[in-house]
Structure formats: structure tokens, C-alpha cells
Design a protein around this ligand. Structure first.
Ligand code: SF4
Length: 135
């Protein structure tokens, strides 16, 4: 979430962060349309984990957040996608159905493993990654 969106939410009422990493705007009955706010429990973006990646993290070998957003609609309900800026896997230390890990030569793809597991595919350019049929 961008700082501007958080500020807009804070202007609507007192904010609380829930233990489920959600925001509660106390007393608010109607949420205005704001960017980066996930409003529906079934939004596909909630099936994706992504770290900050490059350039926000110095360890990151590629940007990951736009890739995660682009691929989210391809993740079926009940499945998890993890997009990681490096093999440390900060956003999701456990296994995911599919994990994409940035490397110096593209993204490695791991099925049913962690970001540190042995890849099933190596060095796939971000712009050609398509997950249809892989879950
Ligand atoms: S997984 Fe790597 S790139 Fe992502 S936040 Fe952790 S150290 Fe940074």
C-alpha cells in the first residue's frame, strides 16, 4: 500500500491493524474507492505472497511485486503463489504450490517447495512467465 492510500484511510477514522494483517477503520460504513485496497475476501491477490524485491531490498535480484500482481488472476482458489526477490524467501518461508525466485538470469520456478528448494525450471524471463495449467 502506498503512503498516500494509508493517509487517505487514516483521514476516514481511527485505524487499527488486525492480527490478520488487515486494516479496520473504526466507525466507517462505506469505503471510498482507493487504490491498493483489497476489498473482497476472494480477491486473487490474497493467494499470492511477495516480498519487497528489488530495488526496495538490496538482496533482491529483480522486481517482484508487479509480477505477483500480474500473475494473481492465474492462481486458482485454494492454491498459493510465492514470488521472491531471492532464495531467502522472506515473504513465505514455507512451501507454496508454485514459487518463483528471482536470479541474476531470470526467475526459477519451484513446484511444491520453498524459495530455497531445487528449481523445476531455471532462468525464465519475467515477461514470459505464464502459470496457466501449472497448478
Ligand atoms: S526474499 Fe530476498 S529480496 Fe525478498 S525481502 Fe527477503 S532478502 Fe529481500
Amino acid at each position: 500500500m502506498q503512503a498516500e492510500t494509508l493517509a487517505a484511510l487514516a483521514a476516514l477514522g481511527p485505524l487499527r491493524v488486525t492480527p490478520w494483517r488487515m486494516l479496520l477503520v473504526q466507525g466507517l460504513r462505506q469505503l471510498p474507492d482507493l487504490p491498493d485496497v483489497i476489498r473482497a475476501a476472494g480477491d486473487p491477490i490474497r493467494r499470492v505472497e511477495a516480498c519487497s524485491g528489488a530495488p526496495a531490498c538490496l538482496q533482491g535480484l529483480a522486481p517482484v511485486r508487479d509480477l505477483a500482481r500480474r500473475l494473481a488472476p492465474q492462481v486458482p482458489p485454494g492454491k498459493r503463489l510465492h514470488v521472491s526477490g531471492c532464495a531467502k524467501g522472506c515473504a513465505h518461508p514455507g512451501r507454496a504450490d508454485i514459487t518463483l525466485v528471482a536470479t541474476a538470469a531470470g526467475f526459477d520456478l519451484i513446484r511444491n517447495g520453498t524459495a530455497a528448494a531445487q528449481p523445476d525450471l531455471r532462468g525464465v524471463p519475467a515477461d514470459v512467465i505464464d502459470l496457466k495449467g501449472l497448478f
